[in-house]
Design a protein. Structure first.
Length: 456
């Protein structure tokens, strides 16, 4: 990115995103530049930022790039993953996936401070447990307060927890006299709650590997283990919906009664997430959890649209296969939100749209305020990469790169070379020394280097 651009256009961009009523469209910015621009926005706003990318792998990569520009004051980065199973496959997704999704949703619902949420199209289109149900379930345990142990255990069962002898994974709990071990999705480690009668005497985290204490806390939040809370009051309604679905699908009564019997015996069981519309009359979607004043960031709308079409066709195909196999399943429309409906919801809030190429039109969608287009001229290193490849095994193979680095330093730039490990740093330093380049080793966050002198 050109130095004059960063001095003048970036502050204009940040101000425009904060004040523009309509969408702001930013073109010709690569993945790294996008992360840098969002890091700039984070430092000028106290609002949640939700970035939507085509797939979850892109979310993970974008998260790593964002962390490169972060410092101790940077907002929390939350990854909201999709299910790790195909639609209408009657298997449970991984405990870690379930925990990450529940924790992310609760953090959004609680609304405590600005955050950066990264999610994929697949996660966006999946309908969710009602926000009110999740918030009502959340149980705050505090030292010195009384609890009804039997009521808490019943609540754990309704939230999909599994009773085990030794707690090792999210969604498990155990009881030993007055000691309750609970692995809540809210935390990376399980909780050990010690009771003195009906009073919470102590709460501490412990290692699931060694079972030894890690730290002590005064309070902790218990969240459901899965995206379904099956209270006893809901069972009758759920049973009624299952029977209606069985009849409408032309399935045998035996198929429905097997599910009903399992629900009555086990409550929330693995795979029930694919039948959420039978548990709740109305499901929510991700925008229902996101604060109204949040900034929505769309990365490559064309790629998002393409991913949504693929997911929709995959869900429809799997639904047909499941129906032909005489399996109990629900209409995909009740489990997935159409992408156009999500776009309409997003339009209500502030929007930042990243495109690979400048848009040929400067008009907003029908019913939207006028858009503002901001284009950044980007200098890539394609020529240097080609020159390095042509060098083969020549003794001066790094000469094109080192010459480029010297030119940038002479032009007043501070050049940052990012390495993954300390060994890579040492190797690169030794390779550059013959060219008269001696890079300085820095561990300072990038944002703190803005006013450093030119160098490498």
């Amino acid at each position: 990115m050109d130095k004059s651009v960063s001095d003048h256009q970036i502050p204009f961009f940040v101000e425009a995103v904060g004040q523009q009523r309509g969408p702001v469209v930013c073109s010709a910015a690569g993945k790294t530049e996008r992360a840098y621009l969002i890091s700039k926005l984070c430092r000028k706003t106290d609002q949640t930022i939700v970035a939507v990318l085509p797939d979850f792998k892109a979310c993970e990569e974008f998260s790593e790039t964002l962390r490169f520009f972060a410092d101790q004051d940077f907002p929390e980065i939350i990854l909201f993953p999709p299910y790790n199973i195909l639609p209408f496959k009657r298997v449970a997704y991984h405990h870690e996936t379930a925990a990450n999704r529940i924790q992310s949703l609760y953090c959004l619902a609680a609304g405590a401070g600005p955050r950066i949420l990264l999610t994929s199209v697949e996660a966006m289109v999946q309908r969710l447990i009602p926000k009110q149900v999740l918030c009502d379930y959340a149980e705050l345990l505090m030292c010195g307060e009384e609890i009804d142990r039997d009521v808490l255990i019943a609540k754990l069962h309704a939230g999909g927890y599994t009773h085990v002898t030794l707690v090792e994974d999210h969604g498990e709990y155990s009881i030993r006299g007055g000691i309750l071990d609970i692995f809540s999705p809210m935390y990376p480690d399980p909780l050990r709650v010690e009771l003195f009668g009906d009073t919470v005497d102590s709460i501490r985290f412990f290692s699931p590997v060694t079972q030894r204490k890690i730290s002590t806390v005064n309070e902790a939040v218990i969240l459901p283990a899965r995206e379904a809370v099956l209270e006893k009051s809901l069972i009758r309604q759920t049973v009624s919906r299952i029977r209606e679905q069985v009849s409408a699908s032309g399935l045998s009564e035996q198929v429905g009664e097997e599910f009903i019997d399992r629900i009555r015996k086990e409550g929330v069981f693995p795979g029930i997430e694919s039948l959420l519309p039978l548990v709740y009359e109305k499901l929510d979607m991700l925008p229902d959890y996101v604060p109204q004043n949040a900034l929505w960031v769309e990365c490559d709308p064309g790629s998002l649209e393409k991913a949504a079409v693929h997911i929709e066709s995959q869900a429809a195909r799997n639904y047909v296969i499941a129906s032909e196999d005489k399996r109990l399943c629900v209409d995909p429309a009740t489990l997935y939100v159409p992408w156009p409906s999500l776009k309409e919801r997003i339009k209500v809030g502030r929007r930042l749209i990243f495109r690979d190429l400048p848009s040929m039109t400067q008009t907003a969608d029908e019913g939207e305020p006028p858009l503002l287009q901001v284009d950044f001229p980007i200098q890539n290193n394609a020529e240097i990469s080609a020159a390095l490849l042509q060098g083969g095994k020549d003794a001066l193979i790094l000469e094109p790169l080192c010459q480029w680095l010297i030119e940038k330093q002479s032009a007043g730039f501070l050049v940052l070379i990012v390495c993954g490990t300390e060994a890579q740093i040492q190797r690169l330093q030794s390779l550059m020394q013959p060219y008269g380049i001696y890079p300085r080793l820095l561990e300072t966050p990038v944002e703190k280097l803005i006013h450093r002198k030119p160098g490498i």
